[in-house]
Write a protein that binds this ligand. Sequence first.
Ligand code: BG6
Length: 463
Amino acid sequence: MTHQNSDAFVFFGATGDLAYKKIFPALQAMIRHGELDMPIIGIARAGWSLDKLRTRARESVQEHGGVDKAAFAKLAAQLRYVDGDYNEPTTYERVCQALNGARRPVHYLAIPPSMFATVVQGLAHAGCARNARVIVEKPFGRDLASARALNRTLHEVFPESSVFRIDHYLGKEAVQNLVYFRFANSFLEPLWNRNYIDNVQITMAEKFGVQGRGGFYEEVGAVRDVVQNHLLQVIALLAMDAPTGRDPDAMRAEKLRLFRAMRPLDPAEVVRGQFRGYRDEDGVAADSKVETFAAMRLHIDTWRWAGVPFYIRTGKRLPITTTEVTVDLKCPPLPMFDRITAQQSNYFRFRLSPEVVISTGARVKTAGDEMVGEPVELVARRSPASEDFPYERLLSDAIKGDASLFTRDDSVEAAWRVVEPILGNVTPVHSYAPGTWGPAAAAKIVVAGEGWYNPKPERAPPC
Ligand code: BG6
């Protein structure tokens, strides 16, 4: 399907943290690749001038990837700034003026969801939502009811085909490669089911804490911040059936089927944790029960996956920063030689960040008289930490109107339905020491087998 490109890029929240860390570096990269030849209009209520925004943009790219002189000069020249209160109709009138005749703007709401309704209605009243697209940031709602309400709000002004919900994990090269690897290789399909797979684990570990975002984090916690979106999305890509056809909606339809087959999480199969020291962070309540760690067992009720546990774990202040998936195959049915445990046996490993790795675990005989072996890894892809910005890819796609990598209203709601039973304080929060793999209680989530795989620093292969 072909779509018309947007002809102006408008972003709300221009002076914020997300703009600083992700948006400006992505905009510079888009200009470098010739994908953003249009007015770029930043909006915020900060009392700033355009020059101050340009300085901020320069600092942002300096810190995140470096300044590309030519591309940055263009970015600075294309940049406009509208300072105004989101509650004031005149703000949107000035946005319309800044559009300067552009007819198909894309409006990016890099602002708290509590402001979505106000901004969307403001744009509509001023007449600058016509033929426009809207990009919204996560968190998309706080639970199923609020996600539905947000969808209704957006749909009052924008049809679903013009709504682009960002989950930056879907723009990551490693996540794209996971999808490619699954569906471009026929050897996987016969194995990819309950007959051969024992369990699947995904660990998203971060060595750092909440990095000054205590106030934001108090509102979300680990389950809302990364499980409902990034991690369930990765599981959906890993576990869904092959889409029938290349239409973006074919892929989204399969993902939706998978989300709907996920059994809502059972609080008895969830362990929440909080690192010691979290309560001393700025913006965090002294008696906060918000989780900075969560581990859980998920079930997918399909013929392909019945009985295969999916173990999900994430946390701040863990020993390492990485996201890794392991798909553990069952052990040989009878021990012929040495005893083999599940983790020393066959598996597929997908490291999604910071490096990109796809490998498979196998066993070979150790040289000598005895029939004993050792584990080895066959590496299909090992690339160093990527300099690519997932935001560049996603924002470029939204400008082109390609919704393949964005989450649809029905999928977002289906994912909320999965986490809904474990939101809030329905389970106790255990404290854990920074630099560890979370509270000891998390061990009980992995039933049978060898426990959690703890990802290690990735070593370059021997030359
Ligand atoms: C964000 C979360 O969505 O993803 C952060 O809000 C988290 O808490 C981040 O640190 C991780 O993304 P990445 O791409 O930096 O690994």
